[in-house]
Design a protein around this ligand. Structure first.
Ligand SMILES: [Zn+2]
Ligand SMILES: [Zn+2]
Length: 411
């Protein structure tokens, strides 16, 4: 057991190696690619072996397709090739060895030809393959952009707290079935009371572009107020504080969100989209957009989007929402249209392309680790901190309607 622990630590320190040891030609890039693709390939093969349990229902039909098998084959070959290259180039052999071991294990389990051990139509499944495809897709899309156009140029891919954020990716991907069920629960409840047949027929017949924009507006309007409530009410803030505990912003940071918040936020924002009867094409397109968009606004991308940021939420706009300084408290709640923040008095975007100096909550009250963060909102503080009650804090603030998230976070 100690050897496994030591190997884990060695692997981690290699992934987090200082910049001088990550240079092109040092075998670091190939080693990381070997590990990521090797682990991804192994997990995909596991999901092929137990599809009823470890494969997302929507992905399962893809598993029999030749493109999927070919893709997996190429992925495993690439993992092996990159790992071998790293072994040749790098004095430390941890990355290369880890990549090779994962690839060989995947091959032993059947590789791209792996078949199901038994037909097990489990009613409950975990989206292990969704996790792999999710991370590979968003990672491959955003990491190059973050490397080429960074805001924080010195920030490494495996920066502080990356394992925590990756774990959030893992949990929400594995629990995709439960989360999807919970997400649609409020909308189903509304539809059961108010079927809105006539409205639904009219909305569903509108042109695609109109439907798409209407979904964006309605969803962001609901999201704005739910999000603002999460900041306003201390009991809700303790859940949302987990999202704001991120001290580094990049494509992974947005995944950090308490399970209960995901349920409430998605459950509420889905209501107008689902209840009003938008067409499946518009709904699915929006879901894909919000999947990419929410990753983008957290990304470490320093693009100057001066013209765009007046109309649409940009990374700088949402980074200010996460900013650690006082001026960043309780501003920029929208995730699509800054218009809502302008209308409701919470817009903040300083001139001269200025960015926040850091991220997180003053005093960093949220503990480290997924489990501790999961339990954080339910825990009572040992002793009440010397902070003013919310009303007094709000009265001190210029913005009477919003609450200091630093105060709420520890209160
Ligand atoms: Zn927030
Ligand atoms: Zn955020």
């Amino acid at each position: 057991m100690n050897k496994i622990h030591a190997a884990r630590l060695a692997l981690r320190s290699e992934l987090e190696a200082p910049a001088a040891l990550r240079k092109f030609g040092s075998g670091w890039i190939s080693g990381v690619l070997g590990v990521v693709l090797g682990v991804g390939g192994l997990l995909l093969v596991l999901s092929l072996r137990a599809p009823g349990l470890l494969s997302m229902a929507e992905i399962r039909p893809l598993q029999t397709r030749v493109e999927f098998r070919l893709g997996l084959h190429v992925l495993l070959l690439a993992a092996f090739g990159f790992s071998a290259l790293s072994l040749a180039l790098r004095p430390g052999k941890v990355l290369g060895t880890c990549g090779i071991v994962c690839t060989l294990l995947a091959a032993l389990l059947g590789g791209s030809r792996a078949t199901a051990l038994a037909p097990d139509p489990a009613p409950l499944f975990f989206g292990l393959d969704w996790f792999v495809l999710n991370v590979l897709f968003t990672g491959l899309l955003f990491i190059p952009v973050e490397r080429i156009f960074p805001h924080a140029a010195g920030q490494a891919i495996f920066r502080d707290e990356w394992r925590e954020d990756l774990f959030y990716y893992l949990v929400s991907s594995l629990m995709v079935q439960v989360l999807t069920f919970l997400t649609f629960l409020p909308a189903h409840a509304v539809l059961a009371v108010a079927p809105l047949t006539g409205v639904r027929a009219w909305v569903g017949a509108l042109p695609f572009v109109v439907q798409f924009l209407a979904i964006m507006f309605l969803t962001d309007f609901v999201q704005y107020w739910v999000h603002r409530s999460f900041h306003r009410f201390p009991v809700l803030w303790r859940f949302h504080a987990v999202h704001h505990s991120a001290r580094s912003m990049d494509w992974m940071a947005g995944a950090r969100m308490h399970f209960l918040e995901i349920f409430i936020l998605r459950g509420m924002t889905v209501v107008p989209m689902f209840v009003l009867g938008f067409s499946p094409a518009a709904v699915n397109s929006y879901i894909f957009l919000v999947y990419l968009y929410s990753t983008f606004i957290h990304a470490n991308v320093g693009w100057r989007l001066a013209g765009v940021e007046r109309l649409l939420v940009t990374p700088r706009f949402h980074h200010w929402h996460h900013g650690i300084e006082r001026e960043a408290i309780d501003v920029n709640f929208a995730i699509h249209f800054p218009l809502f923040d302008r209308l409701f008095g919470t817009h903040y975007l300083p001139e001269n392309n200025r960015w926040p100096s850091g991220y997180g909550i003053g005093g960093h009250p949220v503990p480290h680790g997924y489990l501790a963060q999961f339990l954080y909102p339910f825990r009572r503080e040992r002793q009440s901190p010397p902070n003013p009650p919310p009303a007094a804090a709000a009265a001190e603030d210029d913005s009477l309607h919003v609450q200091d998230k630093g105060v709420a976070g520890v209160g």
